[in-house]
Design a protein around this ligand. Structure first.
Ligand code: ADP
Length: 406
């Protein structure tokens, strides 16, 4: 027994010389030694890692793992035993175990982490693919937008060009219109002078200044006069329209009492009313006032009343009424007749210059309503017509209302 084992059991090596090994074992150790360890050694010549409980000198148990080999030396059987104190081994084993556990833990953690990294990697790969797809889409969209932008630019260029053309065309048209109006104004003036001369000379003949006039000649002279007047009327109307269209009319808009406006024009058509055997009624809201140029408003009313008389057969009725209407509130002066009426589809065209629905049956120039509507609009109002063919017409002359505070 070497010094290490002796001191492990609390002895000096010399003290143990000659002692049977069994005396150094616990009871359990001795039983195990006899039943297991020793028979194994004898049978196989070796015994590995057999656990034996040894007894310390002070009575403590000392656990040891024994590796033993059996051999013969000089005719004597010798059992060589190497002991490892179990406490030590346990300690190493525990440490090893702990280390292993730590390593296993670390390994598990590593594996978990690896899995996480793999999953993250997969997600990243997916996202990268998605990003790539989105990038491709963006590139496509950018190309599309670029194409659209180019198209828009081209359209814009075209629009600018057209705008310039239009501007030119409009300037041209305005210029032409001004020239036309100027021409009409000049022509009207040039035509009126000789026409007045014709009228004057006819009157001189009629008065017999150039000798006696026969009945036949007088009839002819009357025809000449009628035609001369008609032409003069036409030219005056044309001159008016030309002036209105050239914007050369000034409107002096003021507060007008509507009842007065109507009362002022009635005497002018009374002779025609009597001649046409027509009856007239007038109703107007008390104190009704409008914003209008009085002279031009009268001209419109005269035109409307003259037409009503012209297009209503004998025995018919004409009514003028005035009231507030619509929102925003305006003054509506209506001229209503029981005359021949106007076909619904012709209602707008009668406001065009030179439109006459019944050719040459009546006197007139076809300019009255065109002028009247221009005048009504010129002073901030309007002129509208409604009719049932054969059941009379209603012309509505609208004007801005003038409140009492005006
Ligand atoms: P004019 O009376 O000189 O012919 P207007 O411009 O005043 O010209 O009227 C244009 C046409 O509208 C008339 O020729 C007529 O056919 C139609 N018209 C106008 N007023 C009436 C009315 N009250 N009833 C029926 N037709 C009308």
């Amino acid at each position: 027994m070497n010094g290490t084992l002796a001191s492990l059991l609390g002895y000096q090596p010399d003290e143990l010389r000659g002692r049977h090994v069994e005396s150094l074992l616990t009871l359990a150790g001795r039983i195990f030694y006899q039943t297991h360890f020793f028979p194994l050694l004898r049978l196989h010549g070796r015994a590995n890692e057999i656990f034996l409980l040894l007894r310390h000198r002070d009575g403590r148990d000392v656990g040891a793992l024994v590796n033993a080999t059996r051999r013969e030396r000089d005719g004597t059987v010798v059992n060589d035993c190497v002991l490892i104190e179990v406490r030590e081994r346990r300690k190493y084993e525990d440490e090893l175990l702990n280390a292993r556990r730590t390593a296993e833990g670390a390994n598990a953690a590593l594996q978990a982490r690896t899995r996480e990294v793999e999953a993250a990697n997969e997600r990243l790969t997916e996202q990268a693919a998605e990003l790539e797809l989105q990038t491709e889409q963006l590139i496509d969209q950018t190309a599309e937008l670029e194409a659209q932008s180019e198209e828009l630019q081209a359209l814009n260029d075209e629009l600018v060009e057209r705008g310039e053309d239009l501007e030119q065309a409009r300037n041209g048209a305005e210029e032409a219109n001004r020239a036309k109006s100027q021409f009409l104004a000049n022509m009207s003036h040039e035509l009126r002078t000789p026409l007045n001369a014709i009228g004057g000379y006819v009157q001189l003949i009629e008065l017999g200044i150039h000798g006696p006039v026969s009945d036949e000649q007088r009839t002819t002279l009357e025809r000449i006069t009628r035609s001369q007047r008609h032409l003069l009327h036409l030219i005056n109307d044309l001159l008016n329209l030309a002036r209105i269209e050239a914007g050369r009319i000034d409107y002096r808009v003021e507060r007008v009492i509507v009842a007065d406006l109507i009362a002022n024009v009635l005497p002018m058509i009374e002779p025609q009313l009597a001649a046409g055997q027509l009856s007239l009624s007038v109703t107007s809201e008390l104190g009704l006032a409008a914003r209008a140029d009085p002279e031009k408003a009268q001209q419109v009313l005269i035109n409307l009343l003259t037409n009503a008389v012209k297009f209503t057969p004998a025995g018919g009725t004409i009514a003028v009424d005035a009231a507030m209407t619509g929102s925003p509130e305006r003054v509506a002066i209506r001229v209503i007749d029981s005359g021949i009426g106007i076909q619904r589809e012709k209602l707008e065209s009668i406001f065009e210059p030179f439109v006459q629905l019944r050719e040459r049956k009546t006197e007139g120039t076809g300019l009255g309503l065109a002028i009247s509507r221009d005048l009504a609009r010129g002073m901030g109002g309007d002129l509208l017509a409604t009719s049932e063919d054969g059941a009379g017409s209603i012309f509505t002359f609208l004007l801005a209302a003038s409140p009492a505070s005006d």
